[in-house]
Ligand binder design. Structure first.
Ligand code: ZN
Ligand code: ZN
Ligand code: ZN
Length: 366
């Protein structure tokens, strides 16, 4: 079946309008989220340079190694495909295509530095900038189809969790437990996926990814994971306790849950991003956990797991209808345990819609 390219053609037109506003001649994007957003192509990140080149006016070009040409056949209505052969220098070809002595070129935030260095050498007169400034306003606001995909990705992730917590986890290593959870997520059609599991004292490190520690009674266990549906991520965190939780853990858990809920209540268009962080922080500080907050309350979510808008102190960007981001307050007590409760949330015209509805109440597992 031929893909429907109209949505991508429209995004490219809107990008070009933004390029005109910001006075940028070209956008260069490697095989990553910006490419997927603009063309639907996943791309193939490797040492062989492949880049999307979008001019301020006219049709975009995809410069790719010759061996990738077959995958690009169904994009001919959207893109001019230019291929390079193994013995050619793609940076020189790209420089010729970008043309002129001193073009202004915006570069995808994730383009490999080696490619940027080669392009800069081939185009010494060019002025370079970050493409995020062009694409942020577009990618931050999800359209109907994107929202539908992210709702569904979140729903399937919740569903995987319900099956996961129906079986005991004591006796498994962190990595074994995480593997089981990711397999359940993958089985629901969400792939590729990502995740982390921290048990006991490891749960006090927010980005501990999981190791061979065996989960045991008396552990708090934090699972943070997600998977993709047509490139769009789910991202959820749940914290469980193995066996009967002590009172101080229950108290702390209640505070994090209240912070998650309080941040949610603040959401509506026009509210500055930092208001969510301030609100969640105030709840945790009032409960006496101020010194155990290690991170902002959330981040935008979409084709990237972390993207704009960032819900962080100092960010005055106003929320807008169609933004999707995480609400994930946490506290981390060194040597003891951590607690984080994360949902993906959509900013609607009147408030917020949680995309994740897996139970948030303190869950005791075996
Ligand atoms: Zn994170
Ligand atoms: Zn997460
Ligand atoms: Zn997150």
């Amino acid at each position: 079946m031929e893909p429907d390219l109209t949505v991508f053609a429209d995004r490219i037109r809107r990008l070009q309008a933004e390029m005109t506003r910001q006075n940028v001649d070209w956008l260069v994007a490697g095989p990553a989220a910006d490419l997927r957003y603009l063309t639907g192509l996943v791309g193939h990140p490797s040492e062989r340079m492949s880049v999307l080149l979008v001019p301020r006016g006219g049709g975009p070009i995809y410069l790719a190694p010759g061996l990738e040409a077959p995958q690009l056949a169904n994009r001919r209505d959207l893109l001019d495909v230019v291929t390079w052969e193994e013995t050619q220098d793609p940076a020189t070809i790209a420089a010729d295509l970008l043309g002129g002595d001193s073009p202004t070129v915006a570069v995808d935030d994730t383009l490999w530095s080696v490619f940027l260095l080669r392009l800069q050498e081939a185009l010494p007169g060019a002025a370079w900038s970050e493409a995020g400034a062009l694409l942020r306003p577009l990618r931050m606001i999800k359209d109907g189809r994107e929202i539908e995909l992210m709702r569904e990705a979140a729903r399937r992730t919740d569903d995987a969790w319900l099956e996961f917590i129906s079986a005991p986890i004591a006796g498994l290593t962190e990595l074994q437990a995480l593997r089981r959870l990711l397999d359940l997520t993958y089985a629901r059609g969400l792939g590729p996926n990502f995740g982390s599991c921290g048990s006991g004292p490891n749960s006090a490190s927010p980005h501990h990814s999981g190791n061979d520690r065996v989960i045991q009674p008396g552990d708090a266990v934090v699972f943070d994971w997600g998977g993709t549906l047509e490139g769009y991520n789910s991202d959820i965190t749940r914290t469980v306790f193995v066996g009967e939780p002590p009172d101080d853990f229950r108290r702390a858990y209640a505070a994090v849950l209240a912070a998650n809920e309080a941040a949610l209540q603040v959401i509506r268009p026009g509210v500055p991003c930092e208001a969510l962080d301030l609100t969640a922080r105030a709840v945790l500080e009032d409960a006496g956990y101020g010194e155990y907050i290690l991170h902002r309350v959330g981040h935008g979510l979409g084709l990237s797991i972390h993207e704009e808008p960032y819900l962080v102190l100092g960010n005055t960007l106003p929320l807008a209808e169609g933004m999707i981001f995480s609400d994930e307050p946490g506290i981390y007590i060194p040597g003891r345990w951590g607690i984080r409760i994360e949902d993906a949330v959509l900013c609607t015209d009147t408030g917020a819609e949680r995309l994740n509805e897996a139970p948030r109440e303190l869950t005791v597992v075996g």
